[in-house]
Structures are given as C-alpha cells and as structure tokens.
Write a new protein. Structure first.
Length: 280
C-alpha cells in the first residue's frame, strides 16, 4: 500500500463497480487501495457506477455500494454514472469507425471457440473470422478494433505501472477486442478508457487480472487523443482455493457482513494489513 506512484503530485484515482452483483472483499480491497493512494498524495478519490451492462444492471445496488464504502470508512466524490455518458461513447465509436479502425463481426462466443481460437490472458483471442468479410446489412453485429490498422497509426506505445515500470504496449495478446456490443452500448474497454479521461483520472488502480487490458486501453488513448494515466495493478484477494473472488461464484458479500454487525473500519484495516479470513 506504500508503493510510490509515477508522480509525486496529487493523484486522482477511481473505484468503478458494476451494479450486477454485491461487492465482496476483492472490491473492498480495490476501493481501499484507490482511496488510500489518492488521500496519501493529497489527491481525489472518485466513485463511478458502471451501469451499462444491460438487464444485469440493478440500480438498487448502487445505493448498497455507497453504504458498503461508508461502512469501510472511505470518503469519495461521486462522478456521473456510465448510463449518463452514452453520447460520448457513440461519438468516439463513430470517430473510430470513420477512420476505418473497427470492423463488424457476427461471431458468437461459441463461434470463436469453434474456430479454434487460442487462449490469451483474458480468454480466447479472436481469430479474425469476420475480418475482410462482407456481412449482410441486416445482420446483427458487434464491432471489433482492427489492431493492425491501429498499429499503423500509432506505432510503438508505452505505459507505466507502479509495480512493473515502463511497459511496451502489446495489444495483440488480447486480439481484436469488441468495442461496440450487439444489443448494448460500448464495451468495457472503450467506456472505461473514455470515462477515465473525462474524469481526469491520473492513476488507474485495479487488480492484476486486468493488467493485459491496459495494452488495449493505451491504444485507444492514442487513437482518440486521450491523456495516458499511470497504472497501479494491485494483488488480488483470493479465496481458500487460491482463486480470485468473483460475483459469479457467489463470493460472500460485504453487505451481508455489514448487516450482520461487523465493523467495516476494522475489516478495512485488516485488508490494508492483508490479514483477513475469507468466508467468515
């Protein structure tokens, strides 16, 4: 928690949870890291609700998140939720499309797996099935970033991580990721990159499981003329089996602990010291 950032100036960090499930200890740790780094530098800690996950987004969970953060003893500034920013996503996507930097794709996840896609650090790497293919106009599609076209414009890029130092950008390890979804707005990659720039975030704090995503975000920053923050990819909170906590696996909710009468400030200190017992 005392690792220095890339700058000694006050930093602006953010915690950006999605209201598609309750927060767990992993979220608590991520929020505490962002909060403490901002406060230690004399900076600002922002909270942004990432609520564009279609039917999975549950508006009532945003209030639960606020109660959880207050219970942990954190202080924050809340910035507009993603659902209020759709116009900015559409404008950025239109700009990329006009520049020939995205292409339509009709493949489902099953199609990608059936095509024998190689596994990358964040899942199967799209094999380019729809690239340079004419797709009928009435076909429902998603839009993917054309990394080869992007690379011709940007050349070699770099970004900085607090723990691992200067990184040479290697987006090909994730492949041509989806930037615009079939039936929902912008993907995580496009929305989060735009939001961080709009909110003036100077230090992006998130788990090590999103380290490779930063290569894609750096490319988008270059293509859209956005500032490049520093990054702080912190360790993950693991369960008894050594797996990262996840909503989809039913990891114990902070709200359950809070409602049971646990002391959130004590839990926060335990997380800071990395002394905690999971599932209790």
């Amino acid at each position: 928690m005392s690792t220095p950032t890339a700058s000694n100036r006050p930093c602006i960090t953010r915690f950006a949870p999605s209201p598609n499930g309750s927060l767990h200890l992993g979220h608590a740790y991520s929020a505490i890291v962002a909060h403490d780094l901002a406060k230690a530098s004399g900076g600002r800690f922002l909270v942004r609700i990432e609520d564009i996950d279609g039917a999975r987004s549950r508006p009532e969970l945003a209030d639960e998140f606020r109660r959880d953060l207050e219970w942990l003893g954190l202080e924050w500034e809340e910035v507009p939720a993603q659902s209020t920013r759709l116009a900015s996503y559409e404008a950025a996507f239109a700009r990329l499309k006009a520049a020939g930097l995205v292409y339509p794709c009709r493949c489902t996840r099953a199609d990608v797996q059936a095509a024998g896609a190689k596994m990358g650090p964040m899942g199967p790497i799209y094999p380019g099935t729809c690239k340079n293919v004419v797709i009928p106009a009435d076909t429902q599609v998603q839009w993917r970033l054309d990394l080869e076209a992007a690379d011709r414009l940007t050349g070699q890029l770099k970004w900085y991580d607090d723990f691992d130092g200067v990184q040479f950008c290697d987006p090909y390890q994730l492949g041509d990721v989806v930037l615009w979804r079939r039936d929902e707005p912008a993907s995580y990659h496009l929305a989060a990159t735009l939001d961080d720039a709009a909110d003036g975030v100077t230090l992006v704090t998130r788990g090590r499981d999103l380290f490779e995503a930063t290569h894609i975000h750096r490319v988008l920053q270059a293509l859209l003329d956005l500032p490049t923050p520093a990054y702080h990819h912190h360790a993950l909170v693991l369960d008894e089996r050594g797996e990262k906590l996840a909503k989809r696996r039913g990891s114990p909710a902070l709200a359950a602990r809070r409602e049971a009468g646990d002391d959130g400030r004590v839990l926060a200190e335990q997380l800071r010291m990395q002394k905690f017992e999971l599932g209790t």
